[in-house]
Design a protein around this ligand. Structure first.
Ligand SMILES: Cc1cc2nc3c(=O)[nH]c(=O)nc-3n(C[C@H](O)[C@H](O)[C@H](O)COP(=O)(O)OP(=O)(O)OC[C@H]3O[C@@H](n4cnc5c(N)ncnc54)[C@H](O)[C@@H]3O)c2cc1C
Length: 396
C-alpha cells in the first residue's frame, strides 16, 4: 500500500466498500485522494461477506429495500448508480458470478476478487491508501480538515466519512464516524444491530434448543412487515434469512408471528383429511409438511397427538391456527458480534441526498452504512455502499 500522501484534495476515512468506491471515483476525476484505513487491510467485511463469495449486488434493488427515517433519501444515489453499473465493473474485471436466488449476485470464486477490483480501481485512479492508521482527532482549520493520527497529520479540503457501522468489532468497526458527525453538529438516529439472529431464553430455549440445525421455509411477520424465506433453529435461538430480515423491523419485547406452513391452508387441509376418515396420527401428517423433528416436538409439547379422524373440527382449526401463527417473543438478538448491519446512524436530514455533503459543515461527506440507511439481506447493502460512494466521489 502506498502511504505518506499527507496533503491531498480528498481524504476518505475508512477503506471499506463505500470508501474505496468513493476514492476511485474521485481519483478518476483527477482529484488527489488519500484513504485512511484503521485496520491492517482494506475491505475486511467484503472478504467475509456472502459466506466468502460476496453477494455484491441485487438486480432488484429499489428504495423500498432500505430502512431509514427518511425513506426518500436513498432514491437519488440508487437511481444514478445502478446494479447494472457495478455488474459492468465486475465483468470488466473478468470476475465470474452467478445469481443465487431473488436477484442476489455472488462471485463464483471468492470475495477477495471484489476487494482486488476495488484496490485495482483505486490504484489505476492514483489513490493513496494508508492502512493501520490510528486517528486521534479531526478539526476544520478554516479552509481544510486536519486529521491527527498516530502516524502524523493528514490534511485535505474535503473529508469523506466512510467508517461503516458497529457490527463485527473484530473486523475494524468503530464509532468514529458517529463521533465526527456529532462533532460537526449532526443528529444521530439510535443505532442497533440489524440482520441478526434472535436469542431465546427460559422455557422456549429449553423447548427448541433440541431442534438446532433444523431448517424450513416460513413466513414471518412483525407489525405490517412480512418476509418469506428459511428459518433455522440454533442452539441459542432462531436464525436463517427470514429471521435476519425481520430482525431489522423488530424491537425488544415484541412477539414475532411465524407461519410454519406458508402457502397452505392447514385448517382446510386437516378438516378434509378428517372428513375422509384419515386414520394417520397428527404427527405423521405434520411430518409430511414439516421437518420430522419439529412435527414431533409440536405434537409432544402442544397438541395432543391422536388419529386425525378423532379430532373435532374446532380442535383442528386451533391446531392449524397455532401452526400458521406461531407467536414467539425473542429474548434479544446476538447483537453487533454477529449482526450484518447497523440500523440507525447519521441522520440523513443533515446530509444532501445528491452529493452526500453535510448541511452543517461544507466539505464534509458521509457515505455507506454510517448513515441511517440500512438495506435488506441480499446484496442491497453493498449496492448502497457503491451508489453512495459513487455519488460522493462524483461530487467532492
Ligand atoms: C458477516 C457479514 C456479511 C455480509 N454480507 C453481505 C453481503 O453478502 N452483501 C451485502 O450487500 N452486504 C453484506 N454485509 C453488509 C456489508 O458488508 C456492509 O453493509 C458494507 O460493507 C458497508 O460498507 P461501508 O463502506 O459503509 O462500511 P465497511 O465496509 O464496514 O467499511 C468501513 C471501513 O472503515 C474502517 N474504519 C472503521 N473505523 C475506523 C477508524 N476509526 N479509522 C479508520 N478506519 C476505520 C473499517 O475498518 C472498514 O474498513 C455483510 C456484513 C457482514 C458483517
Amino acid at each position: 500500500m502506498v502511504s505518506g500522501a499527507r496533503d491531498s484534495q480528498v481524504l476518505v476515512i475508512g477503506g471499506g466498500a463505500a470508501g474505496l468506491m468513493c476514492a476511485a471515483t474521485a481519483g478518476y476525476r483527477g482529484k488527489t485522494v488519500t484513504v485512511l484505513e484503521g485496520s491492517n487491510r482494506c475491505g475486511k467485511k467484503i472478504l467475509m461477506s456472502g459466506g466468502g463469495r460476496c453477494n455484491f449486488t441485487n438486480t432488484g434493488t429499489a428504495p423500498d429495500n432500505f430502512l431509514s427515517r427518511n425513506p426518500h433519501f436513498c432514491k437519488s444515489a440508487l437511481a444514478r448508480y445502478r446494479p447494472s453499473d457495478f455488474i459492468g465493473l465486475v465483468e470488466r474485471h473478468g470476475i465470474a458470478y452467478h445469481e443465487k436466488e431473488l436477484g442476489q449476485l455472488f462471485c463464483d470464486e471468492s470475495s477477495k476478487q471484489i476487494v482486488k477490483l476495488l484496490l485495482d480501481e483505486c490504484d489505476w485512479a492514483g489513490v493513496h491508501i494508508a492502512t493501520g492508521i490510528a486517528i486521534s482527532s479531526i478539526r476544520f482549520a478554516g479552509d481544510r480538515f486536519e486529521v491527527e493520527t498516530a502516524q502524523g497529520i493528514y490534511r485535505a479540503e474535503k473529508l469523506v466519512v466512510a467508517t461503516g457501522g458497529l457490527s463485527i468489532p473484530s473486523m475494524g468497526a468503530s464509532g468514529l464516524g458517529y463521533q465526527i458527525a456529532r462533532q460537526f453538529g449532526h443528529a444521530l438516529i439510535d443505532t442497533r444491530a440489524g440482520l441478526v439472529p434472535f436469542t431465546l431464553s427460559g422455557k422456549p430455549l429449553e423447548q427448541y434448543a433440541e431442534l438446532a440445525g433444523v431448517a424450513l421455509p416460513i413466513a414471518v411477520r412483525v407489525g405490517g412487515t412480512e418476509f418469506r424465506n428459511a428459518l433455522l433453529f440454533t442452539h441459542r435461538g432462531l436464525s436463517g434469512p427470514a429471521i435476519l430480515q425481520i430482525s431489522s423491523y423488530w424491537s425488544l419485547g415484541q412477539a414475532i408471528d411465524i407461519d410454519l406452513l406458508p402457502g397452505r391452508d392447514a385448517g382446510v387441509e386437516l378438516i378434509a383429511l378428517q372428513q375422509q376418515g384419515h386414520k394417520a396420527e397428527l404427527k405423521t401428517v405434520l411430518a409430511e409438511w414439516l421437518p420430522k423433528r419439529l412435527a414431533q416436538l409440536l405434537c409432544t409439547a402442544f397438541f395432543s397427538n391422536k388419529p386425525v379422524n378423532q379430532y373435532k373440527h374446532a380442535e383442528l382449526r386451533d391446531i392449524a391456527y397455532a401452526l400458521q401463527h406461531w407467536r414467539i417473543t425473542p429474548s434479544g438478538t446476538e447483537g453487533y458480534r454477529t449482526a450484518e448491519v447497523t440500523l440507525g446512524g447519521v441522520d440523513t436530514e443533515g446530509v444532501s441526498s445528491s452529493s452526500f455533503e453535510s448541511k452543517h459543515q461544507p466539505g464534509l461527506y458521509f457515505i455507506g452504512e454510517v448513515l441511517d440507511v440500512t438495506g435488506h439481506l441480499g446484496g442491497y447493502n453493498f449496492q448502497w455502499a457503491w451508489a453512495s460512494g459513487h455519488a460522493a466521489g462524483s461530487a467532492v
